[in-house]
Design a protein. Sequence first.
Length: 275
Amino acid sequence: MSDVDNPTSTVSDLFAIAARELRTVVRTPAVVALSVVFALTIVGVAAAGSGARGGYVPLALDLLPFVEALVPLLGFALCYRAVLSDRRTGELGVLRTFGVSRPAYVGGVFLGRSLALVAVVFGSLLVAALTVPVLSPPDPTFLAINEAADSPVAFARFTVLTVVFALSTASVALAVSAAARTARQAIALAVGLLVAFVVGVDAAAVAGLAAGRFGIDAVPFLLALSPNGAFRSLVFGVAVETGQATTPLVSLLGLGGWLAGALFVAVVAAWKPVE
């Protein structure tokens, strides 16, 4: 039977698997605990830092390094064993006997776990945004922006970009889960990619500039090679509007490429047999 013989059945299977994955996430204490830690960290930084007292753009800049580090961690924690666990328990084989297609299975896993991820990320940033009207003085004194530039719209753009960033990291983690043959291999791949995303590309850019291997104009293209670099460039180019003219499109293509490419890998590798 073809993976796309019955579109109606595929959609039905996708939503059924998504519901199953959402229940699994809610019933996993470690994931729930990590989600709570993420939310408390984001809200705590907003409340304790100086950003919220200056406005929405300063708050976004305060949160940016924490979001860059914590969102991939949360996304990987949610997804890096999703497919591998089903394969090792035999549940994936059962689903295949019922004619569930690879796109329906991977799409359902991604949808269910992404809903949980987006709920945590979006909810945390929403609460963080509420600290601005509570903590900021009547007349903001942040020197780098004016009242017109600093508005909830700027933070809304930051939030949307963060959600897309979270989805990209979740898709990469799902690809890791589909491609890995053992739990140890999945952990090794996940840790390696996390390190590469958080510090690897930035370190390569700095080293390349210092060695004179490329000019400053090539940096946006190099940063777009990782979800973290692409996300950071989009924040500076779109959310807080620092005037970067060429980076947003390059970074958007980079972030979208990771999202779509990783899902494609997950679909291709999903039926890999267990060793």
